[in-house]
Write a protein that binds this ligand. Structure first.
Ligand code: GDP
Length: 312
């Protein structure tokens, strides 16, 4: 499984209540990830697990839910539902190669959706569209498709982004189709969504054999290990005990040692022996790390461009 070809990193974009949490729950259930987590963590809601950290006043922005599907490790990256800190949206999108836009079949795309989708397309993410809640009596699928087409025409930065695949879903029932079903009671599951993620969204293009480099995109914290530096590995590999250098925003560098490497499984994190380029990992032991800084190979420390964090 240590091949970037088997990794997919996708950002998920939806207006509040359009069905993001329910759909991600459905993907976890279908891949049997959810039940394991429920047993382990007693958690019910997937995407809302960061609330505790938020309450502590600690910055946690990138909520990553991981789904194992066949041989693929799929990281679903939640995008912030508000537009006030655009730096946060950009940092989050920076970890993804594609995005899933979920739109309510009755309400259609909303202004916030437009903002985040615009950023995603500007970041050259490959889009997939899911028109959700097609079971609603007020559903107006054809009109919503037209509204989406206008939106993409306005926002796309590449011709190929206009050829986005569209799926039709009843997230609440765990069903999706690649065509509008004649009867919403028709048997279905979420397989078309998994197929779309695997076949329509590119694997990360990365260099495995280069010195390690990772941009710190988010921080999280718990009483078990203290601070976790969250990010997508840009190049190289990392394992517990590796010596690294933290390239700070002020241009200085400090030595550190990676204590442990974690990845997401469902909403939980678990320890892994190593992470490879393309993976989204959480590293402990680098207590000074701040968002926007680079953790790099000790022998070849090279900083990535600092991603500015806008002040609240
Ligand atoms: P989020 O805010 O985008 O995470 O939305 P949620 O997943 O929490 O869903 C918002 C509401 O829409 C909940 O009450 C869901 O039960 C409901 N919902 C989700 N999917 C569907 C669907 O396919 N059809 C209908 N009718 N309701 C849905």
């Amino acid at each position: 499984m240590n091949d970037p070809k088997n990794i997919r990193n996708i950002a998920i974009i939806a207006h509040v209540d359009h069905g993001k949490t329910t759909l991600v729950d459905g993907l976890l259930k279908q891949s049997n990830t959810f039940r394991d987590n429920q047993a382990e963590m007693g958690q019910e809601l997937i995407m809302d697990s960061g609330d505790q950290e938020r309450e502590r006043g600690i910055t946690i922005t990138a909520k990553v839910t991981a789904v194992q599907h066949d041989d693929y490790r799929i990281n679903i990256i939640d995008t912030p539902g508000h537009a006030d800190f655009s730096g946060e949206v950009e940092r989050t999108l920076n970890m993804a190669d594609g995005c899933i836009l979920i739109v309510d079949a009755q309400e259609g795309p909303m202004p916030q959706t437009k903002f985040v989708l615009g950023k995603a397309l500007a970041a050259e993410l490959r889009p997939i569209v899911i028109i959700n809640k097609i079971d609603k009596p007020g559903s107006r699928v054809q009109e919503v498709e037209d509204e989406l087409a206008d939106l993409f025409l306005e926002l796309a930065v590449h011709e190929d982004q206009l050829h986005y695949p569209v799926y039709y879903a009843i997230g609440r029932a765990g069903k999706a189709w690649d065509h509008m079903p004649a009867d919403p009671d028709e048997e279905a599951d979420l397989s078309v969504v998994f197929d779309a993620i695997i076949n329509k969204i590119p694997a990360p293009t990365v260099e495995l054999d280069k010195p390690f480099q990772m941009l710190v995109t988010a921080l999280s914290w718990d009483t078990y290990k203290g601070k976790y530096a969250v990010g997508r590995i840009t190049r190289g590999q990392i394992k517990a005990g590796d010596q690294v250098v933290l390239c700070k925003k002020d241009g200085t560098q400090s030595k550190a040692k990676v204590e442990l490497v974690f990845m997401s499984r469902g909403v939980a994190k678990f320890e892994v022996p190593q992470g490879i380029a393309g993976d989204i990992v959480q590293l402990t032991g680098i207590s000074e790390a701040q968002i926007g800084e680079t953790i790099a190979d000790a022998a070849n420390p090279e900083a990535l461009p600092v991603l500015e964090v806008e002040a609240p």
